[in-house]
Design a protein around this ligand. Structure first.
Ligand code: ACO
Length: 322
């Protein structure tokens, strides 16, 4: 059986670190409120002129270095983002050029905060279908560009960054002990647009800002994340007890803890980066995978469950053996 196996991982965070105290100057808020409601202590913001593809290229190069590969070894690049530099071309083709890759193909996937999960699903299908041997999957965002800086209920929650994973076709035995992606579960419900969206875009004629009904999103999040993670585990024929690490989308520590509790995971098995990155949308999972590996948490053979939910709503989970 051909599986999409993790060959390398890397990330990049913009230099500028913004502590919660910075927001006390621009809106009526406090470090105490932000930490207690979200778990966020700081986030990174891209510099003026620093774009999503700039971050993605740096993350991609870090993943290539980790894998001991060069851009010529990659067949395809998928970038998950809602904040591409341009309406077109895709951020992925700009990453392709930026990495010096002159063959293969590249495209973007847009499923907001669940984008990295959807991109992993696409990469898995391309690899198992024999279309590509090595796929670089990147989550990269500059959500700071979408903030309404007068809206305290959203502007304190998000950050910028990028993470990249290189997946490689490898022959495996075809059992639950295989390395690589073992199952994918994807879902969306377009009726839920109103609770989390940007009120603008090319065909509306305005750029728009992020709008969110936080309580409603929260209510959907824990329920749907636990459910998709359970479904993905069942598809992989693995039990919760067999999981080594839960690597959730990093939106809010209370959502992460609520989902872990519902699933029956101890927090000692959960990779948490939200305190340092804020919510980086599609970048949060590859950032957490990269940081988790650097902290010595993800080791070859470990079973990893990763899950996310975002605007749409769109949500899903992937089970893989590292
Ligand atoms: N500082 C101080 N007070 C604030 C702030 C702030 N930054 N923001 C809101 N408040 C106020 C509100 O105005 C409200 O005041 P009111 O009662 O006088 O009206 C009060 O704090 C309580 O607000 P709640 O909405 O009840 O706060 P809650 O405990 O629900 O926390 C939060 C808000 C953090 C947004 C929470 O609902 C949440 O995390 N929701 C999920 C949001 C999320 O994670 N979205 C991303 C997931 S999907 C994706 O990643 C895109």
């Amino acid at each position: 059986t051909i599986r999409a196996v993790v060959r390398g991982v890397g990330h990049y965070l913009p230099e500028r670190v913004v502590p919660n105290s910075w927001f006390e100057e621009i809106v009526e808020t406090s470090n105490e409120w932000i930490v207690s409601r979200s778990g966020i202590e700081r986030r990174h913001f891209a510099a003026e002129g620093q774009t999503t593809s700039d971050l993605a290229i740096r993350a991609g190069n870090a993943a290539l270095a980790d894998a001991g590969l060069t851009a010529d070894d990659i067949d395809a690049i998928i970038v998950a983002t809602s904040t591409a530099d341009f309406t077109f071309p895709s951020a992925a083709t700009m990453v392709q050029a930026g990495l010096g890759m002159t063959k293969g193909f590249a495209f973007d996937v847009q499923a907001v905060c669940a984008g990295f999960i959807f991109a992993l699903g696409n990469a898995d299908t391309l690899i198992r279908g024999g279309v590509a041997k090595r796929v670089m999957v990147i989550g990269a965002e500059t959500f700071s560009k979408l903030m309404d800086w007068t809206d305290r209920s959203t502007c304190v929650l998000f950050g910028d960054g990028a993470g990249a994973l290189i997946l490689e076709a490898q022959e495996q035995a075809g059992t639950t002990a295989d390395r690589g992606i073992l199952s994918v579960d994807l879902n969306s419900d377009g009726r839920q647009k109103g609770i989390l969206h940007v009120d603008g875009g090319v065909s509306t004629g305005v750029v728009g800002h992020l709008r969110m009904e936080g309580k409603e999103v929260f209510r959907h999040a824990v329920e749907k994340l636990a459910s998709t993670a359970r479904t993905a585990l069942a598809k992989a024929e693995l039990t919760v007890e067999e999981v080594d690490w839960l690597v959730p989308h990093q939106a809010n520590i209370r959502i992460i803890e609520g989902t872990a509790r519902k699933m029956g995971f101890g927090m000692d098995k959960v990779v948490v980066t939200v305190q340092d990155h804020g919510n980086t949308s599609a970048a949060s999972i590859p950032l957490a995978l990269s940081v988790g590996k650097a902290e010595g948490k993800l080791k070859a053979g470990d079973v990893v469950v990763t899950e996310a939910i975002g605007g749409g709503l769109a949500w899903g989970a992937v089970v893989l053996r590292w």
